[in-house]
Ligand binder design. Structure first.
Ligand code: ZN
Length: 695
């Protein structure tokens, strides 16, 4: 049976990999054993829990930093389409960090929301390692929480596990370095800005910005359970307002569950999607200076979005005439809600900062009956995905359809019986790929972090999964049962946190085998296992006890496969220079029109221009000097890269759609870049459009 199933798996894997060609290994890969225990991590210090009773005094700091990776010729992360590669920038991606501490117990946490598809395990490993080089043991796995906004319009190749690099064509060091350093720099800024302040909280429902994309699966949950809730999605936005004792507003942080899929799978411009734009709107309203060490930071963080889409008219339809409009509609709703909550947030968080963290070998959890069906214990399974994962979700359709059963597989491929595609452990899932049994090491991680943080009476429940609505409710309820009696009144699921390993549905939703169930790696009882293990963290936090750290995740830096293309050299016609104009501006424009300038230029991989820009829209002052009115991250601009004219020639196109608020006057467009010579030397260049007027 095993042999038969393996054979069938190989065939199905071939389907999965159709079109994917993996190149040679960068180094000899080797099997990596996962130790069952580790003693090289500190356990929690024992501080009296009552020391922080009634506390409303916090130390707070915020920081923001650029994490925009290669803007051309790198596969994008999210929709798993090989042909979706970066070709420019609409919005820059950013890491938004908050350090929050309570003097009453001497504890601190660093929370980061990053404009990423996922936070992969290697990012957490490397960010914490960098922090420890700077700050010693002040920051550890336990008190650093990294969460992804789940934009599907960022560059990929940043996982050390094969599954997440397949459609990217392998690992990309340049992108990973940009992300790790940017997250680190954001935390350093938040750390340096730490000062006394208050944190107030507010929450409210945002009901017209999201829908459940797998309602059939949701309906499989018990009727009595569904009857407790008004909706098949979590519509609650919880928002924090951080203000220093000086009165300085340093930022805001909210959680709202919705996928970053307003931009579709045919987009090639880097974008923070709806949450990235909502952050931008808030930051623009507060005058954020992205070059400053301290400035207002507005994070729109991800929550229990597993089955939640912003495409409220179904499929990929977010209500706009195109992706940009749909993104703007979703972002504006989230911003409006957040702004209203921010302006009315007067309730202080009460209590201390505390945290517990554990690594769990997720494919080998014995789950007690109290967390399963009340009758039998179950175990979690070797990581695998079901065939319906290939179908994609409604907002990113792929191959086949959702809800594929093993009988459906048999109907399409007669050779495969249910016995070929199913295992006892994985239940209803017709397996297309068993990542956990791939050699020499698994294609997706199985030693995974669970983390629980309390910021006073608010608990952050962080898992490395995309948690569906009802799964999120069960998980929150499990933690609230334990922590409610000691003062926790608000709960948030922090999504896609600290690592990534697919989705997490309820047992009942799993049986439907929609995209989310097919993407629940560790089998039907994964949620029960996480409830059980998270409850252990809650009990330890409540009772002020340490937790054992659990096994240490692999470090796979050694063993990455890539066929990423580097820049060989940059070229241009002999009568042109880098930065000279191919298509110039008209003499004049009206507001609402789009200015398009095309430059001879270099490849954006030569210099990512982190904390900088590939373009400037400049306005002429009365004294003849120029002021910058827009950069490459602004909504009204795009920077687009294309190969053209010759083997190594780049066309760099800058577009500026003149906003209705633009002042009449004289403008010009500047493009900055770097070109690479045949010998490999790098040369910065810039160029200007002609001057033009806006009336
Ligand atoms: Zn997702």
């Amino acid at each position: 049976m095993r042999t038969s199933r393996q054979k069938s798996l190989n065939v199905l894997v071939s389907i999965f990999l159709a079109g994917v060609v993996l190149g040679g290994s960068a180094c000899r890969s080797r099997a990596v054993d996962v130790p069952t225990a580790s003693i090289d991590r500190p356990v929690e210090a024992s501080v009296s829990a009552s020391a922080c009773a009634g506390n409303t005094s916090f130390l707070i700091g915020s920081g923001i930093y650029d994490i925009t990776g290669p803007a051309a010729e790198l596969g994008m992360m999210g929709y798993a389409r090989i042909d979706q590669k970066t070709a420019g920038i609409h919005m820059r991606l950013r890491a938004r960090a908050f350090v929050i501490a309570t003097p009453c117990n001497g504890k601190r946490v660093a929370f980061v929301s990053a404009d990423l598809g996922q936070v992969f395990q290697v990012m957490k490993q490397q960010v914490v390692a960098k922090l420890q080089t700077t700050y010693g043991q002040m920051y550890t796995d336990a008190n650093v929480m990294l969460s992804a906004t789940h934009t599907h319009s960022g560059p990929g190749g940043t996982s050390h596990y094969a599954l997440y690099n397949l459609t990217i064509l392998g690992f990309d060091q340049q992108n990973l370095d940009a992300v790790v350093d940017g997250i680190y720099q954001a935390i350093v800024r938040a750390h340096n800005n730490l000062d006394a302040g208050t944190i107030t909280v507010a929450s409210g429902d945002l009901t017209d910005a999201s829908i459940n994309r797998s309602p059939e699966a949701y309906r499989r949950n018990p009727e009595a359970e569904r009857a407790q809730y008004a909706s098949n999605i979590n519509t609650l936005m919880i928002l924090l307002r951080l203000q220093k004792r000086t009165g300085l507003e340093i930022g805001t942080l909210n959680w709202f569950a919705v996928h970053g899929t307003s931009m579709g799978n045919d987009n090639h411009l880097i974008s923070g999607d709806n949450k990235g734009y909502a952050s931008y709107l808030f930051e623009k309203a507060k005058g954020t200076n992205y070059f400053a060490d301290e400035t207002f930071v507005a994070a729109f963080a991800q929550s229990d979005e597993g089955d939640v889409t912003p495409n409220i008219y179904g499929g990929t339809n977010g209500g706009g005439a195109n992706d940009f409009e749909s993104t703007a509609l979703s972002a504006q709703k989230q911003y409006n809600k957040a702004r209203a909550l921010y302006d009315s947030a007067t309730e202080s968080l009460v209590g201390g900062v505390d945290y517990r963290h554990v690594y769990v070998k997720m494919d080998a959890v014995q789950v007690a009956p109290v967390w399963t069906d009340g009758v039998s214990p179950y175990t979690t399974c070797t990581a695998a995905i079901g065939i319906s994962m290939l179908a994609g979700a409604e907002d990113g359709p792929g191959f086949g359809r959702e809800g594929f059963t093993c009988k459906d597989v048999h109907n399409v491929w007669k050779a495969f019986t249910c016995a070929d595609t199913q295992t006892a452990c994985q239940g209803e899932k017709p397996i297309v790929l068993e990542m956990g049994s791939q050699q020499p090491f698994p294609w997706s991680p199985e030693v995974l972090p669970l983390q629980l943080v309390t910021l006073g009476n608010l608990a952050l429940v962080a898992t490395p999964f995309e948690v569906t609505t009802m799964a999120g409710r069960r998980l929150r309820n499990a933690v609230l049962t334990t922590l409610g009696p000691v003062g926790v009144t608000r709960m948030v699921i922090v999504g896609l946190a600290n690592a990534y390993a697919g989705y997490m549905t309820t047992r009942e939703e799993y049986a439907q085998q929609d995209y989310e169930g097919a993407s629940t790696h560790f089998g039907p009882w994964q949620l029960s296992a996480v409830q059980q293990e998270m409850d252990k963290l809650a009990v330890a936090l409540r009772d002020n006890l340490p937790v054992a750290p659990g096994p240490t995740p692999r470090d796979l830096s050694c063993c990455q496969v890539t066929v990423q293309t580097g820049v060989v050299f940059d070229d241009k016609p002999p009568d042109q220079r880098f930065g000279s104009v191919i298509t110039d501006a008209n003499a004049s424009y009206s507001r609402g029109q789009t200015v398009t300038i095309v430059f001879w230029g270099g490849h954006p991989k030569n210099n990512l221009r982190i904390q900088d820009s590939f373009l400037q829209v400049q306005q002429k002052n009365a004294d003849g000097t120029w002021s910058v009115v827009a950069y490459d991250w602004d909504w009204e601009t795009t920077y687009t890269w294309a190969r053209d004219h010759c083997f190594a020639c780049s066309h760099n196109t800058v577009q500026w759609t003149i906003p209705s608020t633009a002042a009449p006057g004289t403008y010009r467009i500047r493009h900055d870049g770097t070109w690479k010579s045949v010998s490999g030397s790098m040369h910065p260049y810039f160029g200007f459009s002609r001057e033009f007027t806006v009336d």
